[in-house]
Design a binder for this molecule. Sequence first.
Ligand SMILES: Nc1ncnc2c1ncn2[C@@H]1O[C@H](COP(=O)(O)OP(=O)(O)O)[C@@H](O)[C@H]1O
Ligand SMILES: [Mg+2]
Length: 256
Amino acid sequence: MPNEIILESQNLRREFGALVAVDDVSLQVTAGSLHSIIGPNGAGKTTFFNLLSGNIPPTSGRVLLRGKNITNLPLHKTAHLGIGRSFQITNIFPNLTVLENIRLAAQALGRDNFRLFRSHRAFTKYEDRAWEVIEQVGLADEAMLLARTLPHGAQRKLELGMILAPDPEILLLDEPTAGMASEQVPELMALIQKIQAAGHKTVMLVEHNMNVVMNVSDTITVMHHGGVLAEGTPAEISANETVQTAYLGHLYEETS
Ligand SMILES: Nc1ncnc2c1ncn2[C@@H]1O[C@H](COP(=O)(O)OP(=O)(O)O)[C@@H](O)[C@H]1O
Ligand SMILES: [Mg+2]
């Protein structure tokens, strides 16, 4: 169905004591789109993702997945409903290989994870899935290397592979290029776009640098002090005067 809303927040709010980290955010994500949330550090982006994925409960408001209320479902339940998310802090097992990390991520949502490898068929299934994902994220040459020996750029690809492994319908990526050398950023963004288009996936991406998401996003939501400052296509956002005056100036000061 074209323009189907797959994920929606309604007046979603999260307070930490007196601080309003997410201030009644209402937002709709179209199925199959790449929807970016940008905003300076402290804008509430990560907290918003935590609320969408069920990592923390909201103070008030609702989260809907295809119109169904999923507001107070915990992380493992939303994962089973097809929402995969990354964390700013890495989930990689450093002393396992790339293949082992991705295989574990694939079987984490499988039904037979309590009978680990008892059945050869189950093992083969996850092994096959892991190789598929390894090809997709371009880590075939590194598959047998220990994760901790990977260069930073390859570690970010591994994280992407680990989110992709259980084949989620929606990917929530929190600053997937964090810490990467700037010349490697376009390659990772192109990979994310390819994964989205090829798998008909919905991707939500948090980023503090607007330039990173400008060329790949269908929709950009600008967050500021917990609220939504503006939303639109990349062209609309770059032409938006409120965004330029209230936000861009500060951002470039902050990151330069
Ligand atoms: N667990 C927490 N306890 C208290 N304050 C928090 C917590 N998590 C986030 N905050 C605060 O909420 C605001 C938004 O943070 P965050 O969502 O991490 O922003 P962003 O991801 O946009 O940088 C910040 O002021 C931050 O200090
Ligand atoms: Mg953050």
